[in-house]
Structures are given as structure tokens and as C-alpha cells.
Design a protein. Sequence first.
Length: 64
Amino acid sequence: MAVSKTREKCPICGKAADELLRPFCSKRCADVDLHRWFAGSYAIPVTEDEEEDERREDDGKPPQ
């Protein structure tokens, strides 16, 4: 019985992912992704509460 696998797409170029380099299709795309991490292109968005930061600075303790 043949099992059909859906091929993942490379997140950089969209080609089918290589089994050994998954999720990338090539070493080049893996290196492009690594460079993006090093350059700071990827970031997790964070919203800071300015009042909370000020309270921490005033007493040195986190708010309750």
C-alpha cells in the first residue's frame, strides 16, 4: 500500500523541501534563513506597559 506524503514547501523560496534539509529545499535557503536570524530580521512582537516598567524602576520589585 502506497502512502502519499504531502511535501512541505521551503519557507524561503517555496520549492519542495529536501528530506535531509527539511524544512528547506537546499543548503542555500538554509543559509539565507540563518542570515536572517543573525541580522535580526525575525523578531517576536512585544508590547511593553510603560507604567509597569516605571514601577519596577521605582521600587526594584515586580508589580503584584
